[in-house]
Design a protein around this ligand. Structure first.
Ligand SMILES: NC(=O)c1ccc[n+]([C@@H]2O[C@H](COP(=O)([O-])OP(=O)(O)OC[C@H]3O[C@@H](n4cnc5c(N)ncnc54)[C@H](O)[C@@H]3O)[C@@H](O)[C@H]2O)c1
Length: 433
């Protein structure tokens, strides 16, 4: 099939590349000329494991190309996926003006029938509303479907090639047949393609992110109880997660959830609920627990050193919102760095992939260390923010030699408290008093 994917971010670039990998002819479209130029040279503008090789293969085979020319893409493609960003707006609802503009352009420019597929996360009811509005603009037949994306950054290629499920939001048999055929190569392992109406499909995306965020805030709330009442959250975690009704996934205590999806999607769902006349107390509590959780290390540092951090130096290991990505959107590191600087401290960071993005936010107000140990020289504390594998088994002897004050604020419970203390460090984790 000839396919256009509009929006070459984490989602669109991965989806487009994987669709080319399964034999389709794909054009990836973006408004960012610099990005498109890089992509056409085989250069990846983001870090996503496994994507570079796949993209190169498909560029070489001629199944994948990149362009800024949306009109040409509309003419040459039967299916147009919309995968542009839908960032949180000032009213907490996602801004979907780009999604709407592209959909409008498709119906205005299409020479004959086209299928528009909305992959971006959009408010519940958008596809049905757009279908009505767009049909007023054209006599030419078209269809529009919802097809939310569930990939995880860091595992996006794996998730797209072998998804847990594919959701098709359409009640039109012709659309369902086309999309089932398109996705069949990715569900040979027996995982389901679930067909539903577009509104349920849009709600499914929000529901999935709300459930996962709720698990994170739940375990963090229990960790906070352990901090105050005693008990070790890691033991409690093992105690509850071994129950098959509960399970282990997404129940890791830490600094809360970040990234471009969970915080934005939860805020959007909460706002949509409010507009629908339902106050959604659970969703709001999940967000509030997360807001406070992201400040955990700041509080522990102030408990240890007091509020005035002038003349103190802090090393931060990990600035991305999770490992295996360069994405720092909504990362707890952003608030931590800002608060430490505001309290007069000096900050040095080390991260395998996220430092270029952090530099765009903090410029030269922060020191950037390619070597993780360089960040520790003369430091009064180490803050572990992102659990990259390379931080898991450090050279403790070297750390003791380098640091002015051997204290670790472990935001991901990566280190063993007893062993770390026996090695000569003061140690503060999450829920491990
Ligand atoms: N990042 C994730 O892990 C993830 C997972 C599932 C769903 N989503 C959703 O998918 C959507 C895309 O997310 P993302 O993280 O890939 O976004 P992103 O910010 O990484 O990329 C968006 C891209 O769209 C391009 N763009 C914006 N307006 C455009 C236009 N008019 N025409 C062409 N290109 C345009 C931008 O230049 C950018 O390259 C969002 O709705 C997001 O909520 C994201």
């Amino acid at each position: 099939m000839n396919i256009a994917v509009v929006g070459m971010g984490y989602v669109g670039l991965t989806a487009g590349t994987c669709l080319a990998e399964s034999g389709n002819q794909v054009v990836g479209v973006d408004v960012d000329r610099e990005k498109i130029a890089k992509l056409n040279q085989g250069e990846l503008p983001i870090y996503e494991p496994g994507l570079s090789e796949l993209m190169e293969n498909n560029l070489r085979s001629g199944r994948l190309e990149f362009s800024t020319d949306l009109v040409r893409a509309i003419h040459t493609s039967q299916i147009i996926f919309i995968a542009v960003g839908t960032p949180q707006g000032p009213d907490d609802l996602p801004m979907i003006d780009q999604v709407e503009t592209i959909a409008r352009q498709v119906v205005e420019q299409m020479p004959d029938y086209r299928l528009i597929v909305i992959k971006s996360t959009v408010p519940v009811g958008t596809t049905v509303r757009l279908e009505k509005e767009l049909s007023l603009l054209t006599e030419t037949p078209f269809d529009i479907a919802s097809n939310p994306e569930f990939m995880k950054e860091g595992y996006a290629v794996e998730d797209f090639l072998r998804p847990d499920r594919v959701i098709i939001g359409s009640e039109n048999p012709r659309v369902i047949a086309v999309l089932e055929e398109l996705y069949l190569p990715f569900v040979r392992n027996g995982k389901p393609i679930i067909v539903m109406d577009p509104t349920s499909s849009e709600m499914t995306k929000y529901a999935a992110n709300a459930m996962l965020s709720t698990k994170i805030s739940f375990i963090n709330e229990l960790a906070n109880l352990c901090d105050r009442m005693g008990g070790d959250i890691d033991l409690v975690r093992r105690g509850i997660c071994s129950d098959s009704r509960i399970g282990y996934q997404f129940l890791y205590p830490g600094l809360g959830f970040g990234g471009s999806c969970f915080p934005k999607d939860l805020a959007a769902l909460s706002k949509m609920a409010k507009l629908a006349g339902y106050p959604a107390p659970l969703l709001n509590a999940v967000l509030e627990v997360n807001r406070v959780q992201k400040q955990s290390l700041q509080r522990k540092i102030c408990d240890y050193y007091g509020d005035d951090l002038r003349n103190k130096i802090f090393a931060i290991w990990g600035v991305t919102f999770k490992p295996r990505t360069d994405d720092i959107r909504e990362s707890p590191a952003l608030g931590l760095v800002a608060d430490l600087l505001a309290a007069g401290a000096r900050v040095r960071v080390s991260d395998p992939r996220g430092m270029d993005n952090l530099r765009k936010v903090f410029g030269n107000r922060v020191g950037y260390c390619v070597n993780m140990y360089d960040a520790l020289a003369g430091a009064d504390g180490l803050c572990l923010v992102t659990e990259w594998n390379e931080f898991r088994n450090p050279d403790y002897k070297k750390m003791l030699e380098l640091m002015r004050k051997a204290v670790i604020f472990d935001g991901r419970n990566v280190y063993n408290p007893i062993k770390t203390r026996s090695r000569g460090f003061d140690y503060f984790g999450i829920g491990r008093k």
